[in-house]
Design a protein around this ligand. Structure first.
Ligand code: AMP
Length: 403
């Protein structure tokens, strides 16, 4: 089956065409600045035994997402850059969706009724869900016959018990507004935790693993016997770890304090917590870990402190989740920083001697590939497992369609 994976943001659209039998990416690309002047499209057809990879980048105005999807189809079927003969060769579309609320605990076939239910979750993810829905509507308009599946970032975390997802606030807010912890990056946590069990030849249904998804957005999850029992993000992706530009956990009273001092509204303050905090805000430098490491190595004290604070918080979550699961069988790093940044992995590993484990410096010098990086006698393996959310969405899509 050829499955088109669509990840639609408010002004961007990422796509991959995956052959579900070989699990190979046939083509992928990105439309940027949709609805904004200066649109850009990049498309790459993967290398095959017959020909080299082919890439195009072009400036093209995309007034809306329908136009963007139209261009994606043109690229995929293009004589020179295409990988399929016609639209009919696309067997299914898998949409990445951010928030499925309590309604969706697994991937689901998209119907009119499902679209309505996703709309009802818009309140919980006002930036992401409407954009995701625009992607669905655009695809349905251009490919009305092709079955579509929605795969939710929140779904994998729906197994969290009440004690883990309730906030310590009046229960009526949960009853009235469904204020609770949902968690995100679920597709990644699910894929990576399963893959870790495979690599270690463990039974996933009898395996306690902590997954540290450390990317620009970052979250940790505790997966016990194949089910998520806790995760660090909450009602929104602002809770938990420090991130590139997000604050993560903080004392909520700070909001009022700063608002009063700086004469800011709550929504201005939230923009600061989402876009100007975390690694960027603390280091006064950059949200990108490559800049942070370079500066720390150059003697920048604040960059060093930021790096230490970041790693410390990851280590605290690992401690908490070891307690939550009454033990842990493996700890896994994934996503941009987790896969590529040996400094963060080393710093986090230095906190784990109480578990009888740690990172072996000589094994830690790897980037972007599966590896066990704990020292040989370690009681608990520490791994790198590159995440692959698109492949996970393709697999879910095939599963839902029963093919
Ligand atoms: P993601 O959101 O998963 O794409 O991750 C983005 C983060 O990964 C950024 O902070 C990057 O600095 C970091 N990152 C990506 N590639 C590398 C690399 N080769 N070395 C160190 N950090 C990297």
């Amino acid at each position: 089956m050829k499955v088109l994976i669509i990840n639609c943001g408010s002004s961007s659209l990422k796509y991959q065409l995956i052959d579900s039998e070989t699990e190979k990416v046939l083509a992928k690309g990105l439309c940027e600045r949709i609805g904004i002047e200066g649109g850009m499209l990049s498309h790459t057809a993967s290398e095959t035994p017959e020909r080299e990879a082919r890439k195009i980048e072009k400036a093209v105005e995309m007034p809306d997402h329908v136009k963007a999807v139209e261009l994606v189809i043109e690229c995929l079927t293009d004589k020179e850059y295409g990988v399929i003969g016609s639209l009919e060769d696309i067997d299914a579309v898998g949409h990445r969706l951010v928030h499925g609320g309590e309604r969706f605990s697994e991937a689901t076939l998209i119907t009119d009724e499902v679209i309505k239910a996703i709309e009802e979750c818009n309140d919980l993810a006002p930036l992401h869900n409407p954009a995701n829905l625009t992607g669905i509507r655009s695809c349905r308009q251009l490919m009305p016959e092709v079955p579509m599946v929605g795969v939710f970032d929140t779904a994998f975390h729906q197994t969290m018990p009440k004690k883990a997802y309730l906030y310590g606030i009046p229960y009526e807010y949960y009853e009235k507004y469904k204020i609770r912890r949902y968690g995100f990056h679920g597709t990644s946590h699910s894929y990576v935790s399963k893959r870790a069990a495979e690599i270690l030849h463990k039974n996933y249904q009898d395996f306690k693993v902590i997954v540290c998804h450390l990317g620009n957005g970052a979250s940790v999850s505790a997966v016990k016997n194949g089910q998520c029992v806790d995760t660090s993000m909450g009602l929104t992706p602002l809770e938990g770890l420090f991130m590139g530009t997000r604050s993560g956990d903080l004392d909520p009273a700070i909001l009022e304090f700063i608002c009063n001092k700086e004469n800011l509204s709550i929504s201005e303050m939230l923009t600061i917590l989402n876009k100007k905090s975390g690694v960027l805000g603390l280091s006064k430098l950059s949200s990108d870990f490559r800049d942070l490491i370079a500066a720390a190595n150059d003697g920048n004290e604040l960059a060093r402190t930021t790096l230490e604070a970041y790693s410390y918080r990851v280590a605290k979550y690992i401690g908490a989740y070891t307690a939550a699961m009454n033990g842990v069988d493996a700890i896994v790093f994934t996503a941009g920083i987790g896969e590529n940044n040996s400094d963060v992995r080393q710093l986090v590993g230095d906190y784990l001697s109480y578990l009888g484990t740690g990172v072996d410096r000589s094994k830690n010098d790897v980037r972007g590939k599966e590896a066990v990086i704990s020292y040989d006698e370690a009681r608990i393996p520490i791994l790198i497992v590159p995440t692959n959310e698109e492949l996970a969405i393709a697999r879910e899509t095939v599963k839902v369609l029963g093919r």
